[in-house]
Design a protein around this ligand. Sequence first.
Ligand SMILES: NC(=O)c1ccc[n+]([C@@H]2O[C@H](COP(=O)([O-])OP(=O)(O)OC[C@H]3O[C@@H](n4cnc5c(N)ncnc54)[C@H](OP(=O)(O)O)[C@@H]3O)[C@@H](O)[C@H]2O)c1
Length: 216
Amino acid sequence: MKQIKKIAIIGGGGRTGQYIVNQLLEKGFYIRLLLRHPESFPLSNPHIEIIEGDVLDAEVVTSLVEDCEAVISTVGQRKGEPLVASVATENILRAIENQPSVSTSIRYILLAGLNIDTPFDRKSPDTQKATDWMKMTFPEIHADRQKSYLILQSSQVKWTLVRVPFIEFSEERSALKVSLEDCLGSKISAADIAGFMFVQLTDDTYIRKAPFIAGI
Ligand SMILES: NC(=O)c1ccc[n+]([C@@H]2O[C@H](COP(=O)([O-])OP(=O)(O)OC[C@H]3O[C@@H](n4cnc5c(N)ncnc54)[C@H](OP(=O)(O)O)[C@@H]3O)[C@@H](O)[C@H]2O)c1
């Protein structure tokens, strides 16, 4: 099994990201966080290194990824800000690809909503309804997210796009329903997302795939 010691995280100060940070620290990993506002990040820990900056800045992302064996992103679109998903994906993939020698083994695990479509989907009426609602309500954000999937598809990096329904910000854990075709539940806890992402660090099942995960 591949040895992972240091993980770069984007969105680690956000609502889901904090659960990921906490779980990784509990497991003894070193993490390097990209934060736009480090002063408002609540944790101080010798296993945390902070880089101040924006994921839209390719140079900063290169420094973030340097020497890391994995990258996790829970970056989310902020109202009134430039579209973030596709540029973030581009910058992270380039940064991984530019790492010397180890680039082929660096894992990139990112979070998105169930509204992203892939050619492998067989969405149920409920999942399709939620997808259509996102497309209608946030057309630009949806299109940018969909673009990031296209960018991933054309990359040889070992990415996994984790698609989720409504997130409950709780430590509650449950068995997960995982599918490459449809979202099999209406909600998931942030702790379960963090747990699933952690498993992906060393599990090859969903490399270059976009599983839906939901709680039971
Ligand atoms: N919440 C849900 O129910 C739900 C459901 C399905 C999917 N999702 C998706 O899951 C992901 C995480 O959701 P969340 O609710 O945890 O989001 P969140 O609390 O809004 O966190 C988003 C994070 O992204 C960071 N970020 C935004 N733009 C950035 C930039 N340009 N550079 C660096 N960092 C940036 C934010 O940092 P700042 O504090 O600096 O802004 C924040 O830490 C999002 O992609 C969201 O679309 C959420």
